[in-house]
Design a protein around this ligand. Structure first.
Ligand code: PLP
Length: 395
């Protein structure tokens, strides 16, 4: 295939032309330091404010609730470690789920080594956290609850608003990792009664190495990086103005186009799932059919190894993933797929396709056509598949 079909938008997105041209002046003629008081600096300071306002506009909050970071990982680390540090006098218990991104899970493990106790909640077979189970896990010494807004592998959207209602009566802080959700579904921290919310610029057509943490008014977190007075003394270091401006522009565009994208991507997602289920035997959809990110298709194919299929698809110009990009290359199968109850061999045969507004019906048709051929060829090389087919023919 001559063209590339990019279906790995949960790993990262292509920076949009509009975002790139918006960033360029800050890398060239507008090179001032936003902390400088002369005009060249002040223009940069204004660019930061504009980005803060654009992001706040999408979240329905005030610009002062937004703190720029280097991405989702930093925002998650800040939210979790900062909450633990600031609340350790009142308790040392944290609740999260077993299917969080490693930016949360590994930070929880770090905190466990420092004397905190973490409850990792089970999820159901669709990857949903049960709010009632969460309620039961709450203790008097619970200081933080961290549940992601939407899962990066199987697209499950969590009942964040319901969890917010439960936590209203409890002093624990509520953090949500909205890295896969921001710009893709309405994300409303104030309506959901969330205290802390993480997002990442490169997941919504902004530049890599940008992100933000929403901190609700009145929530006191210790500063994450110590030094200058940037980010109101909360996150020191000269700001990456071009990248932050780009993230702000990307957020503005994402907010404006969200509804149309959701409709378009949902139709294509369901079309892709339907074609695969109809035309490729021995497959299953991972994650829910509804309450699922509009751009996420995650399916397991028996008798194949997902990593191998990703490489074979790449040779045909198709970019997909066999799990989350952050775990690619690891021998173990995805913790998310294991936690929703998939046996090892089914988890290993999982492929994730994540769409964008640029994905066309033709892209989906071409991908499914190639996938069919690649799977068939690969399965034929697997003796277990041949034996299975023979057995089925005899019946
Ligand atoms: N949280 C989730 C749910 C993610 O999907 C990712 C990245 O894939 C991250 C956090 C980390 O974000 P970043 O790559 O910006 O550090």
């Amino acid at each position: 295939m001559d063209k590339r079909i990019y279906l790995d938008n949960a790993a990262t997105t292509q920076i949009s032309d509009e975002v790139l041209s918006y960033m360029l002046p800050y890398l060239k003629e507008e090179y001032g330091n936003p902390s400088s008081i002369y005009d060249l600096g002040a223009d940069n300071k204004r660019a930061l404010l504009t980005a803060r306002k654009s992001i706040a506009g999408v979240l329905g909050c005030e610009p002062q609730n937004i703190y720029f970071t280097s991405g989702g990982t930093e925002s998650d680390n800040w939210a979790l470690i900062g909450s633990a540090e600031s609340r350790c006098q009142t308790g040392r218990h944290i609740i999260t789920s077993k299917i969080e991104h490693h930016a949360v899970i590994h930070t929880c493990e770090y905190l466990e080594k420092r004397g905190f106790e973490v409850t990792y909640l089970d999820v159901d077979e669709q990857g949903r956290v049960d709010p009632e189970r969460l309620k039961k896990a709450l203790r008097r010494d619970t200081i933080l609850v961290s549940i992601m807004t939407a899962n990066n592998e199987i697209g499950t959207i969590q009942p964040i608003e319901r969890i917010g209602q439960i936590l209203k009566k409890h002093p624990a802080l509520f953090h949500t990792d909205a890295v896969q959700a921001f710009g893709h579904i309405p994300v409303l921290p104030e309506q959901w009664q969330v205290d802390l919310l993480s997002a990442s610029g490169h997941k919504f057509h902004g530049p890599k190495g940008t992100g933000f943490l929403y901190i609700r008014d009145g929530v006191k977190l210790p500063s994450f990086l110590h030094g200058g007075k940037q980010e109101r003394g909360m996150r020191a270091g000269t700001e990456n103005v071009a990248a932050i401006a780009g993230m702000g522009k990307a957020a503005e565009i994402a907010g404006k186009t969200m509804q149309k994208r959701i409709e378009q991507e949902t139709a294509l997602r369901d079309y892709m799932i339907h074609r695969i289920e109809r035309e490729i035997p021995y497959c299953r959809l991972n994650g829910p059919r509804t309450d699922r990110l509009a751009n996420n298709v995650n399916m397991s194919f028996s008798f194949v190894d997902g990593e191998t299929i990703v490489i074979l698809l790449d040779m045909e110009g198709i970019c997909a993933s066999s799990g989350s990009a952050c775990t690619a290359g690891q021998a173990a199968s995805s913790h998310v797929l294991t936690e929703i109850g998939l046996p090892e061999e089914i988890a290993r045969g999982a492929l994730r396709f994540t769409l964008s507004e640029k994905t066309s019906r033709q892209d989906i048709d071409d991908t499914v056509d190639v996938l069919k051929q690649v799977l068939e060829k690969n399965r034929k090389m697997n003796p277990a598949y041949s034996a299975f087919v023979k057995l089925n023919q005899k019946r």
